[in-house]
Design a protein around this ligand. Structure first.
Ligand SMILES: [Mg+2]
Length: 401
C-alpha cells in the first residue's frame, strides 16, 4: 500500500480486519464425511504408540483431550473415542474451497494454516456495507459450500480480530467495535496477550497482574522489571493497539513429511516402503498447489539419535512421484551403504526450491507417470493417505510397510 502523504499513524483511516477460524477443523471434516460419528468424541491423529493428537472434536475436548497431546494419553482420558488417521489431502481440498470464498470478499488475505486466515476487508466495506455483513456472508458461504462451521472475529486490527474469533468458539461471531475495546479486553486473563508465555506469566501474577486491564493500567516502572524492553509493546496490546498489516501469504518454500517409527527399523525394504509412502504424500501436495520442486532431500535419525540430512538438485523441476522417489531412494541407499545394520528411528522426505511454472498444465501432462499420480491423488482424496499407499503397493505386488 502506498503511504499517504503527511499522515500520522493515528490519522490513518480505520481498517476492517476479519479473522476466520474453522471449528475443530480436521475432526469436523471427519464428522462431515462420516455422519455416523457426528456428535461423538472423535480424535484425528497418529494411531501408533508414538502417535500424537492432530485434532479433537468438541465432544472429546470435554474429556480433556487436546491437540498435540500424545495419543496414548488421549485414549486413556477417553477410551470410547473414535480415532481416525489424518487425511491431509482431504483437509487441503476443502481448504481450497474455503479460501476461494475468502477471495470473494478481498484479495488482502493472509492464510495462517489450512483453516485459518486474516482478511483485510477495509476496501470491501463500500460494497458490502459493514464488517458484520461481510463476516456473516463468509460464515454462511463456508457452511453452504463445505457443510462446516467457522468462527468469525471482527475488529480494526489483527490482535483484536483473532481474540474475537477465539472467545466464542465454536460457531463464534464477535465484533469488537472501536468504543468497545476496553470492555472486551480488560476482564481477559493476561495470558491472552500474544507473546506472554509460560515464563513471563508467573512473574506477572507475582506482581498482581492477572488481567489485561491490570496490565494496561500498571505503572511502567514496575512492569519493566518483569517485561524488560517489551513492556511498551505489551501495554500497547493491552490497550488493543496493533499496527501489523495483513500480508498475503507466500507459497510454501519447502514441503516435507517425516515419521518416527514405533519400533526402530533396519530392514531396507521396509524403509523404502515408508519412503514411497511419504513421497506419495509430498508429491501429491506439490501437485495440489501446482508447484514444481527443484531439490529432493531426505532426513534420517538413527537409534543413537544422530540425524543426517542429504539432498540432491534436479536438472528439471518436477512434481512426479516417480522422479522424486527415485532421487530420495538413491539418497537413502547411499546413507544405508555407509551405515550398515544401523536401526533407523526417524525417516523423512522433503522437497525444496519450489516454483510455480507458467505452464504448469503442460509440465504436468508430459511428466512421467502422470496418469498414476492423478489416480493416486483421487484415491487419497477419497480414502486417506494410508489406503492410497496400500493400493499402490498391491498394484506392484508388494506388502505395504
Ligand atoms: Mg481452527
Amino acid at each position: 500500500m502506498a503511504p499517504i502523504a503527511n499522515s500520522k499513524p493515528e490519522s490513518r483511516p480505520a481498517r476492517a480486519i476479519i479473522h476466520v477460524d474453522m471449528d475443530a477443523y480436521y475432526a469436523s471434516v471427519e464428522q462431515l464425511d462420516h455422519p455416523e460419528y457426528r456428535n461423538q468424541p472423535l480424535i484425528v491423529g497418529g494411531t501408533g504408540a508414538r502417535g500424537v493428537v492432530a485434532a479433537a472434536s468438541y465432544e472429546v475436548r470435554k474429556f480433556g483431550v487436546y491437540s498435540a497431546m500424545p495419543m496414548s494419553r488421549a485414549r486413556r482420558l477417553c477410551p470410547q473415542a473414535i480415532v481416525m488417521p489424518v487425511r491431509m489431502s482431504r483437509y487441503r481440498e476443502i481448504s481450497i474451497r474455503v479460501f476461494d470464498i475468502f477471495r470473494q470478499v478481498t484479495p488482502q488475505l493472509e492464510g495462517l494454516s489450512l483453516d485459518e486466515a486474516f482478511l483485510d476487508v477495509t476496501a470491501s466495506l463500500a460494497l458490502f456495507g459493514s464488517i458484520e455483513t461481510i463476516g456473516a456472508f463468509l460464515r454462511a458461504e463456508i457452511l453452504a459450500h463445505t457443510g462446516l462451521h467457522a468462527s468469525v472475529g471482527m475488529a480494526h486490527n489483527k490482535f483484536l480480530a483473532k481474540l474475537a474469533s477465539d472467545i466464542a468458539k465454536p460457531r463464534g461471531f464477535v465484533h469488537v467495535p472501536h468504543d468497545g475495546v476496553q470492555a472486551f479486553l480488560d476482564p481477559m486473563p493476561v495470558k491472552r496477550i500474544w507473546g506472554i508465555g509460560k515464563r513471563t506469566l508467573p512473574k506477572l501474577h507475582q506482581i498482581g497482574i492477572l488481567t489485561i486491564g491490570q496490565l494496561r493500567k500498571a505503572e511502567p516502572v514496575a512492569l519493566v522489571q518483569v517485561l524488560g524492553k517489551r513492556c511498551g509493546h505489551f501495554q500497547a496490546l493491552a490497550r488493543g493497539e496493533d499496527e501489523r498489516e495483513v500480508t498475503a501469504g507466500r507459497p510454501d518454500k519447502s514441503l516435507s513429511r517425516e515419521v518416527t517409527f514405533e519400533q526402530n527399523i533396519s530392514a531396507v525394504a521396509e524403509l523404502l516402503a515408508e519412503l514411497q509412502r511419504q513421497t506419495e504424500s509430498v508429491a501429491g501436495r506439490l501437485r495440489a498447489q501446482s508447484l514444481l520442486a527443484g531439490t529432493v532431500q531426505i532426513k534420517v535419525r538413527d537409534s543413537r539419535f544422530r540425524t543426517a540430512s542429504r539432498s540432491r538438485s534436479l536438472a528439471t523441476p518436477t512434481c512426479s512421484t516417480a522422479v522424486i522417489f527415485r532421487q530420495a531412494s538413491a539418497l537413502l541407499q547411499a546413507w544405508l551403504a555407509e551405515n550398515r545394520q544401523t536401526p533407523v528411528r526417524l525417516l523423512g522426505v522433503g522437497v525444496a526450491g519450489l516454483e510455480a511454472p507458467d505452464r504448469y498444465g503442460e509440465v504436468l501432462e508430459t511428466a512421467q507417470q502422470t496418469a498414476l499420480d492423478k489416480t493416486m491423488d483421487k484415491i487419497k482424496r477419497r480414502y486417506g493417505d494410508d489406503k492410497a499407499v496400500r493400493a499402490l503397493a498391491l498394484k506392484r505386488g508388494k506388502k505395504a510397510g
